[in-house]
Design a protein around this ligand. Sequence first.
Ligand SMILES: *Cc1c(COP(=O)(O)O)cnc(C)c1O
Length: 476
Amino acid sequence: MKLIFERGKKGQGCTLLPPCDVPEVELPVPMRGKKPKLPHVSENELSRHYTELAKQVHGVNDGFYPLGSCTMKYNPKVNERAAALSGFTGIHPLQPEHTVQGCLEVLREASQMLCEITGMDRMTMQPAAGAHGEFTGLLLIKAYHDSRNDTARTKIIVPDSAHGTNPASAAMLGYDVVSIPSGPDGCVDIGKLKEAVGSDTAGLMLTNPNTVGLFDKNILEITSIVHEAGGLTYYDGANLNAVMGLVRPGDMGFDVVHLNLHKTFSTPHGGGGPGSGPVGCKAFLAEFLPGLLPVPADGGLCMEAPEHSVGSVKAFYGNFLVVVRAMTYILMLGREGIPAAAKNAVLNANYMMQKLKDIYPMAYDGTCMHEFVMSLEKMKHEIGVSAMDVAKSLLDYGIHPPTMYFPLIVHEALMVEPTETESRETLDEVIAVFREIYETAGKDPRILHEAPVKTYIRRPDEVRAARKAVLRWSED
Ligand SMILES: *Cc1c(COP(=O)(O)O)cnc(C)c1O
């Protein structure tokens, strides 16, 4: 495909500006930038350019997207309608509060609903994504220990199955990360946790169900071990889709939670945002929350900073329109719909797992939650077909690959999360594709080594693409 700069030619294109009818003035030198080089294309060509680009991506609107831990569920169009209402779009964050009472009401109601779903007492909508929420949540934990002059707590415990952002967030705050191994059942090894905690423990970060798709049955014991050592507990809520409306992190013994509205609560993601990673906490941490929070005043609402706020982690109120979308989703599903969605997510994952486990070995036995992990280690050894080959092959069937080579503790891992928004028919079609790929692998592995053949780009050099990414066009 041609770049937009390679299309058209000088002099072509649409001129929208009328002839100048005022005297021309030279800009002072310091204000003069380099003259930007703009493409010379007609509106028709521009429109074709974007359509061509749009055809080259795969989104939830194109087909099955089982990217484990990412919850690529359908984004209902009604969310977009709500977020496009002019009362939400035609406002400015510095507008007087009495003129935006409806928006403040959205912030308050959405946070109340999410507090109810998570079992937390207060929530900030400022963080822009999950990892940003983790950082914010850890700031609260740090502020809490600091407020008690308990400054010897320098360690954050993270299980080895954790999402990579967990240790990264802890390290960004200057904490030492203590990684504890999972047991053979994929859950936290209680003995190892007991050895790891102590007077230097600031907290534990955990996601439950964890990143191998299993609910840790020892969760109450885990959180109380950390509390007894004087540490706090952080719940990575990115996997809440499996349990929303059914189990609450607050009841599992967690003190701080982040949510990924762009996963669990059906707002668009992939391709770079905007996202939203609200952080909820128990009452004793609320005084440290960042930004401004809506509070009742004079029969309406005003925004107020918590007493010992850690400051701001993002401008103003976060990605407000993402909150509008998430709130629309919650209101549409309601008290019965939210847990029903979670149950269907779990049912869909178990259905697929049962229909595939005779040929694709599962990394862990038993019932899974919203996602399951298969290990293609045996296939790789026996016929030289790797998880990568299977994933690339799926592209030829119009299916987005599952999450690959993650979690790191499973070799040749493919982590599949079908989500609740796929029908039984779609699941059956995808199961048939997985089985067909398995058969092809047995008959002629070369076909899989060469896949994909139908995509625009086939197999890029992934290391070079990551290390030496070329993300901008430049003239020279
Ligand atoms: C997606 C995810 C995150 C990070 O969320 P972002 O919005 O991508 O920053 C953290 N933890 C888990 C378990 C996740 O799946």
